[in-house]
Design a protein around this ligand. Structure first.
Ligand code: SAH
Length: 264
């Protein structure tokens, strides 16, 4: 199965965030190809595709309208996450605000955080309570009952070195009894042989670690790491960090929605 299958159908991607500057960085418009695409699509009703470069795969594209999907156009995993979300909800890496808008239609209220100033402007214009905030910025001290990270949400972890920091940040943000709903794809199928064995070199980095660089027209973003986590690896680290992890629903393409809840 080619990678474009992942990009177009499961809609992974994005985060113009260099993991080395994780904690408080937000983007500037000159360095924000996804935000520019979202902005132009919102303003003019059309936009060119976002091009996704990676040192590991051929170029792929994200049609911008997929970032504006309605509830009915969302994959079942995302619909399930929106149905389960309750109380005060935080939509992390909200993009055009599609999940927050769907929640609003369901009578639920959410706050959306984004590092893209252009995406935040669009979300505000669409009636979303959006803030220009990096998820890792600890000066953002609000707490929530549900944290949503959707569209291969584990990507925001960046790489496995960040995973303890990620879980401690989630613990800070969740209210007592709250939980994180996060989705990902297991990239193992890219390495699977016909007999089902895996062609993975154990000396290499974890197989779900991908580098991306986004381009929209002449705007080229900074390269960034994006982590696709299989559920076993996610639950291994969840356990280590004191969280219960369960699969809520599995998709058709090695993708899943997980619910993570602090143990106490
Ligand atoms: N959730 C949206 C957009 C997914 S793309 C959807 O499903 O359509 C991922 C988004 O996360 C990008 O818009 C990127 O700007 C944002 N992002 C990446 N890292 C972030 C961080 N640390 N804090 C907040 N937003 C982040």
């Amino acid at each position: 199965m080619p990678l474009c299958y992942v990009c177009n159908d499961i809609m992974p991607i994005i985060a113009a965030l260099n993991h080395k500057e994780m904690s408080s960085t937000v983007l500037i418009p000159e360095n924000d190809p996804m935000g520019r695409a979202i902005y132009e699509y919102h303003k003019y009703g059309k936009a060119e595709d976002v091009i996704v470069h990676s040192s590991m795969f051929d170029d792929d594209v994200i049609p911008v309208e997929t970032l504006f999907r309605t509830f009915d156009q969302m994959p079942a995993l995302e619909q399930k996450a929106l149905e389960l979300a309750s109380g005060d909800i935080l939509d992390v890496g909200a993009g055009s605000g599609c999940h927050s808008l769907a929640l609003k239609e369901m009578g639920k209220s959410s706050v959306a955080v984004e590092i893209s100033p252009l995406a935040v402007e669009v979300m505000k214009d669409r009636g979303v309570d959006a803030r220009l905030v990096n998820f890792y910025d600890s000066s953002f001290t609000e707490t929530y009952d549900t944290v949503l990270m959707l569209m291969n949400g584990t990507g925001i972890i960046g790489n496995l070195d960040n995973i303890h920091m990620f879980f401690s940040r989630i613990r800070q943000i969740l209210k007592p009894g709250g939980s994180l709903l996060i989705d990902s794809s297991d990239l193992r199928y890219l390495f699977e042989e016909e007999d089902g064995s895996l062609m993975i070199d154990l000396a290499d980095d974890y197989y779900g670690l991908v580098d991306f660089q986004m381009q929209y027209k002449d705007s080229l973003g900074e390269p960034f790491d994006w982590l696709y986590l299989d559920f076993n690896t996610l639950s291994y680290y969840a356990e280590e960090c004191g969280f219960n992890a369960e699969i809520v629903e599995e998709g058709e393409y090695y993708d899943y929605l997980a619910k993570l809840t602090p143990k106490s």
